[in-house]
Each structure stands twice: as C-alpha cells, then as structure tokens.
Design a protein around this ligand. Structure first.
Ligand code: MV4
Length: 444
C-alpha cells in the first residue's frame, strides 16, 4: 500500500480524498495556490505545499510545479481528483516516468477515451451500441451532407477532441449544414487545436444515464449500476441520482453488461464512468467514457454503501476487486450547491460566506470545503457543496432533500439552493419525467 499520497486538487474533492487516506492509514500531501491558503484541504492534510499564484495554469494545472511538490515531500502516489489534470494523459505519463503511481488508468487509456472517434470506434468493435453516424472523421462538407441525407435530419456534428458540448451543432436541414459545419470546425479548432468533426443521428430528448465501473490490474471489470444526470444546464450537471427513475431491472442489466464490455475492451484499470444517451424507447447509445472519479460518485457510494475513493486507491496498489456487480439498495439524490445566482443567468457569485449552516440528520451527507467566514475565490469552479440525501425510496428521498434544503443556510453570496427547492417541488421531477432539455423550460 502507498505510504503517502499527494492530492493534485483543491476544494471538496481534495478533502474527500484526504478523509479516505486517513481511514486507510495513508499520509497525505495537499497542494494549494495562494488563493487557497485558508482552505480546509490545506489544514486537514499531513503536509501542504504552496505551488503558485491563483491562476490554475500556474498552480493546479502546472505539471512541473506539482511534480516538484511530489519530489520534496517524497509522496509515492498522486491522486488527481476530478477536473484539472485528472484526464491529462501527459501528466499520468510524467508520474509514471518519475516512478510515482498515478491513481487512475494508464496514459494510453486516457488518450484513447479522450479522442471521441477513437473511443467510439473502440466501442463499435467491442459490441457496445453507439449512435448511428459517420465511420470516423468527415473528409469534407459534401461527404457530411451526403451522410446526413442518407440517415435523415436532424443530425449532430461533433468534434473528435470535444466533450462538454464544445464544437457540437444540431443540424435540422440541408440548408443549415454548411454554416453549422464551418462554425463547428472553427470552434473546435480554436478550443482544442483539432478541428476534426464527425456526424451522428440526433437523438431527441435523451436522458443522460451513466454506469459506474471499476476494473483492476488483472483484467476484471465490474459495474456499480447507474446514475441519472439528465438535470443539467449548459453541460453543467445540477442534480444526479441513483437509481434512475427511468431504468428498470432489465435495462440496468443490459446497460451494465454494455459498460463492462466497454471497460474490458480497453482492459480498464481504475474507477470510471461509461456515459450513455437513452432515448424515450429505452434504446441506449455509448456517448463518452470518463477516466476519472466524478463529482457525482457520491450517489453511487450512498446506494451501494461503498467507498469509491478507497476502491480507486486499492486498485492502484494492485489489489483485486471483488468482481461482483453492485445494485442499488437505496435511493440517493445529490444537489450541487454552486456559488451562482440562478436568478441572474447563473452568474458566478464569489465572495465571503458570512454565515453557513449545513443540513444534518439521518440520511443527509454534505461534502464541502467551505465554512462561515470562507471567501469563495473567483478563479475556480463555483461548486461550494454537494448535498446528498438517501432514503429507502425515491419519494422519501425527495422529501428528505426538501427538508435538507430548508436547513441549508448560506449567507453573503447567492447560491443554487432556491432553484433546488423549486426542483424538488416540481411535479415533473417527482414523476421522474425529465430529459436533458428539462431545465431549458423549467420555471422557478
Ligand atoms: C448527443 C445528443 C443527441 N444526439 N448526440 C452533449 C455533450 C456531449 N458529450 C454529447 N452531448 C449530446 N450528444 C446525439 N447523437 C445530445 C447531447 C446533449 C446532451 C447530452 C447529455 C447531457 C446533456 C446534453 C445536453 C444537450 C445535448
């Protein structure tokens, strides 16, 4: 087992990782920018190293600065958390070259899943269902238009280097094709330095349902059931839950089996997520694979009663996984509390939290790095807390969440709490009747 893990991250996930390390008897090193001097991850780690100024590029995204912190503290492993360098294959490679264990998959796996066409092609070969579309990159606008005509509009243009919606366009008719093509290429080229585009049939009103998987160094892959992440805005998730109100036992088994195939196809090592689009007929299609721990891993932890960070560390240390699939025994919902004003176009609202009281009580979990007096810096992600409730049934879980949201007090900055209160009271949400477009028309 590792003796000392350096956590190359900040905020609630850094704390989350420190907690598990302590329980496992592993020493921890926090790294921080000068904007995070007063952060709890700095206080709760065994050691802390300042790695630079507030800007992410000169701190949490700087591979040389993080490797310097590894070197001076003698850490034998690095946990990247999510965001920042978590899916940076070069970082994983540098760690390996230095003889430091990167807690996550190999650089090859990260690279393969980071390129969307390669990922999709890998899944086709593995027998995982994918959205019908072009066989790889489009060579020209004419080729794209011909394919669109053959499969029928609407279609979607996607960037192979993409993710998170960048370089993505819906095309409803032949007239719109060329302008959409031009702007998608332009946007992808500017954002990723790669303007490769492919085309897919547009799936209308899909749900975003993802399967958590775990794979060990011995080639064994298992699944830990699904999370429904359809409640999102501009590709930022706001609410996640497990199990999905849309998924029955049969679909869960089929999606689980497909996710295992996906993991086995690349001999996946670590915990990961296979994202699917699910249409109204319950057809599901591979979308992307995330090769990191995700923000919403907590809902899975709650329903299967399992520490996913511990599992990640054990896998990285070469310990075998149990090899069985896990199915939800409870219901869990997570509301992301962001320092954003939902009544002002979700404008980020950094600043001083003058008073803070987090919800408590049976079935309530709050993962957060903030406290009364904490100043939310303007430089990073605006998430300040994750409020997770669990109960025997979905109905009870929603009621518990309503109660927990009433108790959740943040003063000094605007947050997404009022929006969550409205959502938890909405009839459509209560019925489980929503898709990825839900928030576009939700009135609150
Ligand atoms: C799609 C789609 C419909 N049809 N692909 C959005 C993020 C990117 N990774 C893939 N995305 C989508 N791909 C086809 N063929 C709809 C989306 C999509 C979406 C997916 C998941 C969650 C929220 C979304 C919001 C808008 C569009």
């Amino acid at each position: 087992m590792f003796e000392k893990i350096l956590i190359a991250n900040r905020g609630e996930i850094a704390l989350r990782i420190i907690r598990t390390c302590r329980e496992m008897g592993i020493k921890t090193v926090a790294v921080y920018s000068t904007a995070d001097r007063e952060s709890l991850h700095v206080r709760f780690a065994d050691e802390a190293v300042c790695i630079g100024p507030p800007s992410s590029a000169e701190s949490y995204l700087s591979i040389p600065r993080i490797m310097a912190a590894v070197e001076i503290t003698n850490a034998d492993a690095v946990h990247p958390g999510y965001g920042f360098l978590a899916e940076n294959a070069d970082f994983a490679e540098v760690c390996t070259e230095y003889g430091i264990k990167f807690i996550g998959p190999t650089p090859e796996m990260i690279r393969k899943m980071g390129d969307k066409i390669t990922a999709k092609d890998t899944m086709i070969k593995a027998g995982v269902p994918v959205v019908p579309g072009s066989d790889g990159l489009l060579g020209s606008v004419e080729e794209g238009m011909k394919l669109a005509e053959d499969m029928g509009y609407p279609v979607m243009l996607k960037a192979t280097a993409g993710g998170g919606g960048k370089g993505m366009r819906i095309v409803w008719s032949a007239e719109e094709f060329e302008p959409a093509w031009d702007s998608a290429r332009q946007e992808a080229g500017a954002a990723f330095g790669n303007d490769g585009i492919y085309i897919e049939k547009f799936i209308e009103e899909p749900r975003h349902i993802e399967i958590q998987i775990a794979g060990d160094q011995f080639g064994k892959v298992c699944h830990l059931s699904e999370r429904d992440c359809s409640i999102q805005r501009r590709h930022q998730k706001l609410v996640e839950e497990s199990p999905s109100p849309f998924v029955d036992d049969d679909l869960r088994h089929r999606m689980g089996a497909a996710a295992i195939k996906a993991g086995e196809a690349i001999r996946y090592e670590g915990v990961g997520t296979v994202e699917f689009l699910v249409d109204k007929y319950k057809n599901f299609y591979f979308m992307e694979m995330n090769t990191r721990i995700q923000v919403e891993h907590t809902v899975t932890e709650e329903v299967i009663n399992y520490d996913l960070i511990k599992e990640q560390i054990k896998i990285a240390a070469g310990i075998k996984i149990s090899g069985i699939n896990y199915f939800p025994e409870m219901h869990a919902i997570e509301c992301r509390i962001n320092a954003e004003d939902p009544y002002n176009d979700f404008r980020p609202n950094p600043g001083k939290i003058t008073s803070f009281h987090s919800s408590k009580g049976h079935g309530v979990r709050v993962d957060t790095h903030v406290y009364a007096g904490y100043i939310v810096p303007p430089y990073y992600d605006s998430m300040i807390a994750k409020l997770i409730c669990r109960a025997q049934t979905r109905e009870e879980c929603i009621v518990k969440m309503q109660r927990a949201l009433e108790e959740f007090i943040v003063e000094g900055i605007a947050t997404t709490v009022p929006l969550h209160k409205k959502l938890m009271q909405s009839e459509a949400f209560k019925k489980g009747d929503f898709h990825t477009g839900f928030l576009n028309t939700f009135e609150y």
